[in-house]
Design a protein around this ligand. Sequence first.
Ligand code: SF4
Length: 311
Amino acid sequence: MTVKEEIEQLKREKNAVILAHYYVPDEVQEIADYIGDSYYLSKMAVGLEQQTIVFCGVSFMGESAKILNPDKTVLMPDPCADCAMAHMADAETIRRMREQYDDLAVVCYINSTAELKRYSDVCVTSANAVDIVRALPNRDIFFIPDRNLARFVAEQVPEKHFIFNEGCCPVHEQISPEEVQKAKAEHPGAEVLTHPECTEALCRMSDYVGSTSGIIRYAGESSAEEFIVCTENGVRYELEKRYPQKRFYFTQTEPVCMDMKLIILEKVLHVLKTGENEMDVTGNVRKEAKRPLARMLELAGTKQTAGPARG
Ligand code: SF4
């Protein structure tokens, strides 16, 4: 039996479901039941009928799945797969900001630890951040941890006062505008599609800025035939699968999240076989971190539906 066949068989036997982020390796995306960006996966994790969730992504994603589904078993194929940005804020700074501003909302990008979420008022993803911030009654917004997404949202919600935090995604921050210019020179007809975790300079020279799922959608709707994609290179799999007639290019230094690439088929099989690497978020952390996550789902008006397996 191949590794994939063994995974399929164990999944059925153990009543398990596999969720995967667009940035994990292609072969893992291939075996996933649900594949998407953080927003889609956080919605899908709610109310799944299977008892065991194998979460092919980094630890904050598994934490969110566990917080939203405390009675389920959430297995992480590699517990060392972590997001550097998820740790780039701290409780003490949040406390000081709350002292300084009476009417502060702490808005926490979902790419953050449960420990940070618990001190926040609402979570957001790159797909829903603008709508959620706009819907908040507060004028002062402390946006953690990503300064690039914060700036992108602030530009679109000028009626709010933003306080920025010095965190960023090292993978997106390092996508170089010069390399994008070079790719443009090679493919003059290509549109530039950029994730808002990228720098301001790169966003300004882009034809479209949006979440990973937004980029995928835009590539399908645009009349352009070629695109320079400024986000993690795992998204190439879905883009080429959905739009085989279109061409997708990345910068010469391809953006790779090494933590996402830790998730390989053999590790998925291992946790299904052994039940090891179970995610655990306990006590007050779980209770307090659930509040901003639930508020996000509520404000975004999104209840899980029997939707497509991709998003
Ligand atoms: S790509 Fe960036 S934000 Fe996403 S998991 Fe990797 S380090 Fe974190």
